[in-house]
Design a protein around this ligand. Structure first.
Ligand SMILES: NC(=O)c1ccc[n+]([C@@H]2O[C@H](COP(=O)([O-])OP(=O)(O)OC[C@H]3O[C@@H](n4cnc5c(N)ncnc54)[C@H](O)[C@@H]3O)[C@@H](O)[C@H]2O)c1
Length: 334
């Protein structure tokens, strides 16, 4: 393997164009050799901006001798075939989540990756996000004693959902995507909880409400609530929502400890530690751009694993674990 990994980002939309392309352009061990898309619309200006070539033919891209790894940020229905082709050509694959709509497909890809001796790694970036790393570090340092309960709320604005995944898009087709957007968008935090509390989610019960929001073309402003129990006894309640105006969008994790202290992580930058003092201690996490949600750090880790023949910290098996819990939401869709 040369000093740099030849990388191509395939799919340059919401996450590929905004997160993976700028990340791989900057990462030291990465040589971003191409962007790949189906049409020129988004890829041409992006390729000009980052001074990299673009290709519209994925099969041709895979024949490029400079290519060592692909980053698949195409829509989920294309993941399985795209990953399979790349793995069969001996390319490492960093794949957006869910790796494939069905778990048996993910296992099949892992078998092919193992046979080819290459990495298949999922983009489970929340566990690389500085705010959650800080919360985990504070818990390890004893800030709340032993964690006993969590509450998590993630509300995305209906407007944003309608722009990214409008009615009729692949994300609302269970066959193509594995479930509605609440299924897809829950996997990152479900993985983060397993990582943070170092325990499996043993039980989950979901309740769902899919109200059509007329002002956004009848898109479902999902309200999906879960009650979970980890193998180590921690209990939790989760609320994934998409029926709010942009100013009400929030991501908030609360962790309760057995020394009666409480930690809150609000959005990506604010941590509150409720202890003995009248007011909580406040901490600010200062991070910008593609590092905020951990994309850049995860992309760096992918390159490091290839260059230094390391086993990734996050594996397809982690993807499967998160997907198993998320899939139980789908059972409620009628
Ligand atoms: N990790 C995260 O933070 C995160 C966030 C959102 C979405 N996602 C995941 O990323 C994936 C993509 O979602 P998105 O919202 O970015 O989608 P998107 O629709 O915004 O972008 C997809 C891109 O793929 C391109 N494309 C479509 N068909 C193609 C083909 N045959 N060959 C090459 N390119 C093709 C499209 O032109 C577009 O540029 C999904 O699996 C989704 O679940 C991850």
């Amino acid at each position: 393997m040369p000093e740099k990994v030849g990388v191509a980002v395939v799919g340059v939309g919401f996450v590929g164009g905004a997160a993976h392309v700028p990340s791989f352009k900057k990462i030291e061990g990465s040589n971003l050799i191409a962007l790949c898309a189906r049409t020129e619309t988004r890829v041409k200006p992006l390729a000009e901006k980052y001074e990299v070539k673009y290709v519209l033919d994925y099969d041709k891209l895979l024949d490029d001798p400079k290519l060592d790894a692909v980053v698949l940020s195409v829509p989920t229905p294309l993941h399985f075939d795209s990953a399979m082709k790349a793995l069969r050509k001996g390319k490492h694959v960093l794949c957006e989540m869910p790796i494939a709509p069905r778990i048996e497909q993910v296992r099949e890809l892992q078998r092919v990756a193992d046979k080819a001796g290459v990495i298949l790694m999922p983009v489970l970036n929340f566990r690389f996000a500085p705010i959650y790393l800080k919360i985990k570090e504070m818990i390890k340092a004893g800030a709340i004693g032993k964690p006993i309960a969590i509450h998590f709320r993630e509300f995305i604005p209906t407007k944003g959902l309608a722009e990214q995944w409008p009615v009729g898009s692949w994300a609302w087709d269970i066959e193509k995507s594995g479930g509605y957007p609440d299924f897809t968008l829950s996997v990152w935090s479900l993985d983060m909880f397993r990582w943070m509390f170092e325990s499996e989610i043993r039980d989950v019960e979901w309740m769902v409400n899919y109200p059509p929001i007329a002002m956004y073309g009848g898109i479902f402003g999902y309200n999906t609530m879960g009650v979970i129990k980890f193998a180590n006894g921690i209990v939790g309640s989760l609320h994934y929502g998409a029926s709010a105006t942009p100013s009400a969008a929030i991501s908030r994790l609360e962790v309760y400890g057995d020394n009666t202290n409480v930690l809150h992580a609000i959005n990506v930058d604010k941590i509150l530690l409720y202890g003995d003092q009248e007011k909580p201690q406040e901490f600010t996490v200062e991070v910008k751009g593609t590092k905020v949600w951990g994309h850049r750090q995860l992309d760096e880790h992918f390159i490091d694993c290839i260059l230094n023949k390391k086993k990734p910290q996050v594996t397809a098996e982690d993807g499967i674990k998160a997907q198993e819990i998320a899939q139980k939401i789908v059972e409620h869709i009628k």
